[in-house]
Design a protein around this ligand. Structure first.
Ligand code: 3DU
Length: 214
């Protein structure tokens, strides 16, 4: 079964905990990033751990290896089980995140191509494919690839083989779960769940739509 990952981007602790609580029975992991962390602090990670789900830090880390390592150490000390970094800073920067993730029994995912329209400007022309190869070279656990462009994600799947693909863009960005779920290991859904009047029902609906990995 393809995982359903909640992108928990509300900017108050109250909303985040309410939505996570409603969605938790239907989801496989929670992803948080700058919107919630900058509003409420890194400590929110420990509170969210109470739901018993893997917690992914979407900081799209993109610095020199030493700084990436320092950031990743903070992430795993805060209680996360996964980290997302960018691939364009190069394999040494990615490797720094991979090493810290694996030293902590966690996972590292690398953004290969982004899901918004502008994601087609720089990540195509071979860049996404090159980043996917960096994932293999560095031993990273998988890539982030767009649900909005299944044809691109299919090409990236050929490069990364059985490594995981987590795919944002379903729902608010227009990605169709039917078109992507069979290609990827996890779909990432944010606004279509957390902006719903009934986040629990919305999460249940996406859980029923995600289909099987083929
Ligand atoms: O569009 P949504 O509200 O479903 O949220 C998508 C989430 O995934 C959000 O946290 C965003 O920062 C993240 N993301 C992308 O949308 C696209 C990417 O290429 C990478 C991450």
């Amino acid at each position: 079964m393809t995982d359903l990952i909640l992108a928990l981007d509300p900017t108050t602790r109250t909303d985040a905990m309410r939505i996570a609580s409603a969605a938790a029975p239907h989801i496989d992991a929670i992803k948080i990033g700058y919107p919630l962390i900058l509003a409420e602090g890194l400590g929110i990670a420990k509170e969210l751990k109470a739901f018993g789900l893997p917690l992914i830090a979407d900081f799209k880390v993109a610095d020199i290896p030493n700084t990436n390592q320092l950031i990743a150490q903070q992430v795993f000390e805060a209680g996360f089980s996964g980290i997302i970094c960018h691939g364009f800073p190069g394999s040494d920067s990615v490797k720094a995140c991979v090493n810290v993730a694996h030293d902590n029994g966690g996972e590292c995912y690398v953004v290969a191509e982004m899901s918004h329209p502008g994601g087609a400007e720089f990540f195509q022309s071979g860049t996404a494919e090159r980043i996917a190869r960096v994932v293999i070279e560095t031993g990273a656990d998988g890539i982030i690839a767009p649900a909005t462009r299944p044809e691109r994600t299919r090409i990236l799947r050929e490069i990364i083989g059985t490594r995981k693909i987590l795919s944002p863009g379903v729902g608010a960005q227009g990605g169709d779960p039917d078109a992507i779920a069979g290609l990827v290991d996890g779909i990432i859904v944010g606004r279509a769940i957390y902006e719903s009047n009934d986040p629990g029902a919305a999460a249940a609906r996406y859980a029923s739509l995600r289909g099987k990995r083929t």
